[in-house]
Design a protein around this ligand. Sequence first.
Ligand code: PLP
Length: 459
Amino acid sequence: MEELRLLPSVHAVLQQNDWEGGEKDIPVSVIKKWVQEEIDALRLSLLKGSYGKDRERERFMAIVSAGVCKKMEINGAYTLRKVVNATGIVLHTNLGRARLSSAAVAHVMSAASSYTNLEYSLEQGTRGSRHDIIENQICDITGCEAALVVNNNAAAVYMVLSALAKQKEVIVSRGELVEIGGSFRISSIMEESGAILKEVGTTNRTHLHDYSAAINEETAMLMKVHTSNFKITGFTKTVSSNELLTLKEKHQELIVYEDLGSGSLFPFPRYGIGEEPEIKSRIYAGLDLVSFSGDKLIGGPQAGIIAGKSKWINHLKKHQLARVLRVDKLTLAALEATLLSYHKEEAAKEIPAIRDIVRSEEEIKIQAERINEKLASEYECHIIKGHSMVGGGTMPDVVLPTYIIEVTHPAFSASELSRRLREKTVPVIVTVKNDCCHIDPRTVDEADEAALLSAFLSL
Ligand SMILES: *Cc1c(COP(=O)(O)O)cnc(C)c1O
């Protein structure tokens, strides 16, 4: 095709536009890649015959340049970008789960830009242990004897099984052989860890005698898994960790471990939200070990926290995997500041995830009305009652009453509107339902409101 010869070269586009110095801190190599992508896209549309008239060199140059400028505008130098979460799903797994509190952010900044006593005892002037940074605080808050922090809760489960039950049997109820997002399955992680899975009971019913009958010389552990992301109802029976602990009277050497999944340090049931057990109740019951995520209901950084009896935690600390799975100072700083909010009993005020989950309907309604009024000039929109979800695979049966702004654009379909909103410098993520875009203000901070409105009002 003749016109293909009129397509500009990468070099020509770069020369014409003078981006060589790198715009907005975007490396020239990235700009070059974008130029190539735009040229390729234009070539394709010519070949496919989807390109219109005006097939001349200057026109092609202008199209490619404009495409690259748009990419610069939208993407900036970074691939990981801030977005506005207007879905109302608080711990949105795809949007990075928990946001950190401002205290946590400040603490991370300070730890990141300075030297720290990460592995240094200020008292002795000698080498210290990074485990000490946060262990006391976890013990104070949960009542445990000892604790260890690793990369995430999946790593915590893996470590507990591998370090304490390799080539030994671990008894788990069939009703708790869960799969959570990102292809994490208890059965697979068990296999990977070298522990031998001994399933007992059935999907809907497991009894204490199922466990006791399965115990033999090869048994190292009784494991409970919090079925955080689904709920079986009807003819069901599960064995509580308290009941499991009674089996230790006859089998003292057994480790009773519960993977709590989200884990909670906040009394959500007192706010009428769910039945998530508080971690300290499990520790108090006498479990040997529990593990839970840092960035689910705790509302901190990604981390896996293992808490329980010193005998086992000390064993874990000395294990090779402690080095493999260890967290960095930034995680420790974020976690320390997050836990401090619980210490001060300010979690509902300071930790964004908790704050969003317990937000009052009244407050959300006022915010919905404010947003609705601003959008009314360009959109057909009104407020309806709805439900927000906690997300992150936690409290799946809990619906949080909320107010939703249902938005339709006079010209675009809802999916087109949501696509355009994702193209903004600060992308706005909405839910599309019945050909309307839904904005749930529960997860939209007042500080995010300006970005949300500007995205909607500048299509
Ligand atoms: C979420 C979850 C995990 C994994 O935790 P991550 O911190 O995401 O690695 C493990 N077990 C259960 C029961 C969970 O809910």
